[in-house]
Write a protein that binds this ligand. Sequence first.
Ligand code: PRT
Ligand code: ZN
Length: 284
Amino acid sequence: MVLRIAVQAKGRLFDDTMSLLHETGIKLESAKRLLLVSATNFPLEVLFLRDDDIPQSVADGIADIGIVGENEFAEKRKRASIVKRLGFSKCRLSLAIPKGMDYPGIHWFDGKTIATTYPKVLGDFLKENKINADIHVITGSVEIAPSIGLADAIFDLVSSGSTLVTNHLKEVEVVMKSEAVLIQHPDLSAEKAAILEELLFRIESVLLADDKKYILMNVPTENISKIVEVLPGMKSPTVLSLAKEGWSSLHAVISEKEFWNIIGKLKALDAEGILVVPIEKMIL
Ligand code: PRT
Ligand code: ZN
């Protein structure tokens, strides 16, 4: 029995999806981009598809699970459920209007035409907000629609926002935040569910470690209790004595974000030789 996962064959999700699988220790039979590739050391096979086809293939049971952008999953409305948010390919689905326009609020969109590839997500949002606007479905290059007179506004994916700037548009409403998600078929057999559980355990260990760093530093022994107060969430870091009288080596796990907040405080407490080391996996 193997579990089949549908992933994007090429595009923005591809690299991060493949590194996630790699970090879970799963090795694939072939480096070539075939349609279907088996893992050599885990009961998994990988089906490479266009991202548009992933929700459907999981709903139909052609694949048992899949990795896809939440935006795509939300638009396709297929019978499948989100098992895990994966933290990569973060972006948002937003409404944007020409830069020079005044924007008094959401009612600006009443009576306007909005170009998008996400008519269902947009339709729901307009309905919820009681806005009466025309949705103009186009595929690709949505951002040029206002400048060529095809629409008054757009509803599209934004990440850095530079595409909007280039096209003289401004983001006025964020409708949905999106990231890559792991989705599953609604009724997996018990055997497949057990494989998924093992895969999820591995994925969670990788995701947990991603943001964490192992930090080592030399500190004056008398400052240890103050330093422990500075380290967020650390009740009991490892302390080893150093050959140098009055000095200790202190080891702890912290998140990368926290690191930048506390580094100044650590130095003020005479911490020296600070090393920050990546953690590959973390099991709680
Ligand atoms: O061939 P296939 O159909 O599989 O791929 P695709 O071309 O439909 O999708 P692809 O590979 O472009 O994107 C796959 C997924 O990546 C999307 O469904 C999102 O979940 C996610 N993602 C994350 C993005 C972006 N960030 C993003 N910025 N998808 C598209 N964009 C576009 C955006 O619309 C804009 O036009 O990239 C442009 C640049 O964005 P800025 O704001 O950084 O300038
Ligand atoms: Zn696509």
